[in-house]
Design a protein. Structure first.
Length: 410
């Protein structure tokens, strides 16, 4: 069995600390400017929006070397929210590159997440190899699509359209959670994600909801407009949010989008292919592309297995033999028992004597199976898992159902 993981022991003189503006701001601006190609002022604003308390700095003998932003969030798998920590803004100062410092930074961050009780960790990778080496693996897809607005159906809706306010946030979150529970990989949007959607790059988006006669929110969207020279000075719409609670809400939102078509010629969105929006269109005219995969890391095997959802009514028993040299507490045998879809998880000292459905894999391969992105059979083909044919099939049945996607970038 092939594993890309490498042990990442703590190093003398290297310490992971919380960001302190007085000590770290100057060099942090350099790293953030390098990551996002932004000015020092924009780097400072990023710290303000993200929250300085979420930023970690790796120091070598008291000197700033590398940084990462760690965001508490929840991600849906199997219809249930799983406690997750997102990583973004990962960067290393040039003098410390090419010496494994990026891997050391992420290993130290993972150890902090483990101590904090996070079940999983996720990120979008600038380099797959580095993150794969500390146990992350591709676990779902982020799409981008472009649609000419002339292909939006001419539809009408009796729902009231009005601008959203902060008072609407609870109703918005309720719709998001209901939709995300049906879409593995989607986020239960945290306080870091909402500003990125409603104020992309510091510019206010237009956010509207459609409401019924009782004042109930039935759907909402947010978008930004810009002129496009390639569109003969007509506008391009970037649709950041599109959430419908039901069929009437979907129709209302599509009608709202259509009302912009006289001046907006093109719409760009990250709605995944399985979104009801695409099926509601009369023709298949969108140009869709896979932009990249998000990567997932199982931080605490017990909590990850316990918090996830499983197929309703499923009865099964699986034993996973996990290899994790970075977080040794995950190492060993884990039994997952499903009774009518409800999990019971236990750690075993050894493989049970009786015949069981036993799968051996590294922690990264386990993350790809856990999310539902890769069936166990594919992981065996990749040389990342070993098991009998029936054990592979039962594991796939327990974890793999719908396409795993994440429309948000972070």
């Amino acid at each position: 069995m092939h594993s890309p993981l490498r042990a990442q022991a703590a190093r003398d003189s290297w310490t992971l600390l919380r960001y302190e503006a007085e000590r770290h701001a100057a060099k942090h601006r350099l790293v953030v400017g390098d990551i996002f190609a932004c000015t020092p002022e924009e780097a400072d604003r990023w710290v303000e929006v993200a929250g300085s308390e979420k930023i970690r700095v790796l120091e070598c003998a008291g000197e700033y070397a590398a940084t990462a932003l760690l965001m508490p969030m929840h991600q849906f798998f199997g219809g249930k929210r799983v406690q997750t920590r997102g990583a973004a803004g990962v960067g290393v100062l040039p003098p410390y590159r090419r010496d494994g410092i990026g891997s050391l930074l992420m290993a130290e961050c993972l150890r902090e997440m483990e101590a904090a009780g996070d079940a999983c960790a996720n990120l979008y990778a600038s380099t797959t190899k580095l993150y794969r080496g500390v146990g992350y693996e591709m676990a779902g897809t982020h799409y981008s699509a472009t649609l000419e607005t002339s292909y939006l159906p001419a539809s009408r809706s009796d729902l009231e359209v009005r601008a959203l306010t902060e008072a609407d946030r609870p109703a918005m979150q309720e719709i998001v959670q209901a939709n995300a529970a049906l879409a593995p990989g989607h986020l239960d949007r945290c306080e870091y994600i909402w500003p990125r959607l409603l104020r992309p790059r510091g510019k206010d988006a237009q956010a509207y909801g459609v409401f019924d006669t009782t004042g109930q929110l039935r759907g909402f969207l947010a978008f930004a407009l810009e002129h496009g020279e390639d569109l003969d000075d007509f506008q391009r719409m970037t649709l950041n949010v599109f959430e419908a609670a039901d069929a009437e809400g979907l129709q209302g939102l599509v009608a709202l989008l259509r009302s912009h078509h006289s001046m907006v010629r093109e719409m760009v969105t990250t709605l995944p292919p399985q979104s009801p929006f695409w099926t509601s269109l009369p023709e298949q005219r969108a140009k869709t592309r896979m932009r990249e995969h998000f990567m997932l890391r199982i931080v605490r095997v017990f909590d990850a297995l316990q918090q996830r959802g499983y197929p309703l009514g499923m009865n099964a028993e699986l034993v996973f033999e996990i290899d994790d040299p970075v977080l040794p507490a995950n190492q060993g045998f884990w039994r997952l028992q499903l009774a009518d879809g409800e999990p019971t998880v236990s750690k075993l000292d050894a493989l049970p004597d009786q015949e069981c459905h036993h799968l051996r894999m590294d922690i990264g391969a386990f993350a790809a199976l856990y999310s539902g992105h890769q069936p166990a059979e594919n992981l065996a083909i990749l040389g990342r898992a070993e098991a009998g044919k029936e054990a592979l099939a039962r594991a796939s049945a327990a974890f793999v159902s719908r396409a795993v996607t994440c429309p948000e970038m972070f």
